[in-house]
Write a protein that binds this ligand. Sequence first.
Ligand code: ATP
Ligand code: MG
Length: 280
Amino acid sequence: MDLLKKHLVKPGASIKLASMKTVPDGPFEGKDDARNYCEEIIEKLREMQYRLFVEAKQSLLIVLQAPDAAGKDGLIRKMLGRMNPQGVRTYPFKVPTPLEKSHDFLWRVHKCTPATGMISVFNRSHYEDILAVRVEKLAPKEVWSKRYDMINHFENLLAANGTRILKFYLHISPEEQLERFKERLDRPEKHWKLNAGDYESRDKRPAYLEAYEDVFKECSPKHAPWFIIPADKKWYRDAAVGSIVYETMKEMSPQLPPVDVDLDKIRRLYEREKAELEKT
Ligand code: ATP
Ligand code: MG
């Protein structure tokens, strides 16, 4: 199953998001098939994360970007839910605070990159400093247009330091998005998520898509690629992202440290202790 190749944005590729599918076209036979596959992958990811943590030599950074209600939160719950919380951190990036604004745009981001053995998941990211800033006109073009290079240098630095970087864009149709907004309206426990601004952002969809397309073109080098995931079906979104993360971790091939204790001696010590206990 090569979902990694299927959804990869090649370096310098000119993507037209309007012509990219938001619904899957294989390889799963439907929801149940994809959910079963996803279960297996989640278990394998759990094992991989254990190895990565114990090895403590490399790290993984997962960047999630998407329009509202495309399912970043659901994906994080699904993918990370069974990992050891000691080895995983998630970081949401909201509108910068006054302190964050008083620094360069990567200041708040660099602090959240993963240490060796760790996985960091960015729920939104430094890409907002191009995307939101451009579309919401928070700074002039001469400011945000320099950030493609800055981000490439930054990600280069991380990669050279042993961090694998995977960046996912969850591609959802305006129809499915509206459906999910409606679900939020219908469920009181989701009312806290309601936000009039989300409806206003819908008018800006073409501008956001264009901004994303430029990001894909400028910032998808081999060592820090983007993947565009059809996200109208939650089961496909989870299975596809899980699969790509797993394939990448397999390639990272984290190894348990070599055993440098005398196992026979440890076994003898154990037997001795056990015999002592049984005597009493
Ligand atoms: P939810 O699914 O809960 O809505 P969310 O990620 O959309 O999750 P919000 O609090 O609704 O969370 O939105 C965060 C907002 O912060 C987004 O509109 C995003 O564009 C904005 N934002 C994030 N980083 C920046 C930035 N560097 N500059 C400007 N705006 C930013
Ligand atoms: Mg939001």
